[in-house]
Design a protein around this ligand. Structure first.
Ligand code: ATP
Ligand code: MG
Ligand code: FE
Length: 342
């Protein structure tokens, strides 16, 4: 069984092939980061046009990399949502058209399910059930994962996502988009012990998050401090520490609530090394284990979509194929509705 995966929900065109027994045999990614950089964020219409330009050459390159012809494929999986409507439509239209031409089934995959299952592409893959912390540019949530398609969101951000907070704070600090990794780099030289940031919503019970106050706090700190590289690094370090600490506190609570000893961390912010270190400590202290995707599968990519498609296809879930020729996407699509619960 060989699944072609197509990701185009935001500003990355990702194409990959997942093969049963062999794993990911080809993987191509084109990031539009440079295109959007001068605007300080993703411009939806430019994103759609760039996907149009890149998607077919990338599919060709992926097939070539895997040394496969279209007739060798079993099915095509594409990101159906959530994401930018125009960007999603490019991937869906291409997936449905190729499926029609090549006489293959096509299936729509939930982007966040792709992120959630990405750690399973590693050799040391987690078994179900597990607790998942999904920290990306658009989402921050704690998910009780009982099995494929059985996702219960037990906590989420009531305002900014963790990645969004990183990006907005980085922008305030004058860093390029997307600022998350740049802010993390800057924080390496910082000592934030003076600029203690709050840990939002940790002083009350519950698993929800709120990160929008941290960027305001950072802005005030920047305004009040000297304009030196060291001062900026100190604020970056203190900000990162606050986000990481808050995430860890909520993970600890969620582990207690669910009784889980397995923690899966996915989404772009899971690339953050300080977060990884903190969660490794947490899991060691409770005698559990933490699982991550490799670096290149933390942010958007086609491999996670090919893999999620493969899982549904293999189990023949109700999402495994949609053989009509309608091109439809779901820009707003709650994860809990991605499959009917048992
Ligand atoms: P979603 O998946 O919710 O639709 P998205 O696809 O835009 O959102 P991802 O591609 O998963 O999000 O992740 C991108 C985010 O990850 C950005 O906000 C980026 O700043 C952040 N990020 C990436 N690397 C790091 C890092 N090392 N430290 C902190 N944040 C990071
Ligand atoms: Mg992106
Ligand atoms: Fe994403």
């Amino acid at each position: 069984m060989r699944i072609l995966g197509i990701e185009s929900s935001c500003d990355e065109t990702g194409i990959a092939i997942y093969e049963e027994k062999k794993g990911v045999t080809a993987h191509q990614l084109y990031s539009q980061v440079k295109l959007h950089q001068e605007y300080g964020g993703v411009v939806p219409e430019l994103a759609s046009r760039d996907h149009v330009r890149k998607i077919i050459p990338l599919i060709e390159a992926t097939l070539k990399q895997a040394n496969l012809a279209p007739t060798d494929l079993t099915a095509i999986a594409y990101t159906q949502g959530p994401g930018l409507i125009g960007a999603l439509l490019v991937g869906a239209a291409v997936a449905k058209s190729l499926a029609f031409a090549w006489q293959l089934p096509a299936m729509g995959v939930h982007h966040l399910e792709g992120h959630l299952l990405a750690p399973m592409l590693e050799e040391n893959a987690p078994e179900y059930p597990f607790l998942a912390l999904l920290v990306s540019g658009g989402h921050t949530m704690l998910v009780d994962v009982q099995g494929l398609g059985r996702y219960e969101i037990i906590g989420e951000s009531i305002d900014d996502a963790a990645g969004e907070a990183f990006d907005k704070t980085a922008k305030i600090m004058g860093l390029d988009y997307p600022g998350g990794p740049l802010l993390a780099k800057l924080a390496e030289d910082g000592d934030g012990s003076e600029a203690k940031f709050p840990r939002p919503m940790t002083d009350r019970p519950g698993l929800d998050f709120s990160f929008s106050g941290l960027k305001t706090f950072a802005a005030n700190r920047i305004a009040a401090s000297e304009d030196t590289a060291q001062a900026r690094a100190n604020i970056a370090q203190a900000f990162q520490e606050a986000v990481v600490d808050t995430l860890a506190i909520k993970c600890k609570r969620a582990l207690k609530q669910t009784g889980s000893k397995r923690l899966v961390v996915a989404g772009g912010v899971s690339a953050n090394l300080v977060l990884r270190e903190k969660l490794a400590e947490l899991m060691a202290s409770v005698g559990g284990a933490v699982f991550y995707p490799r670096h290149e599968y933390c942010t958007d990519n086609g491999a996670m979509i090919a893999y999620a498609g493969f899982c549904h296809f293999k189990q023949q879930t109700e999402h495994s194929t949609d053989n009509n020729h309608e091109i439809a996407v779901s820009p707003r699509w709650p994860l809990s509705e991605s499959l009917a619960q048992d």
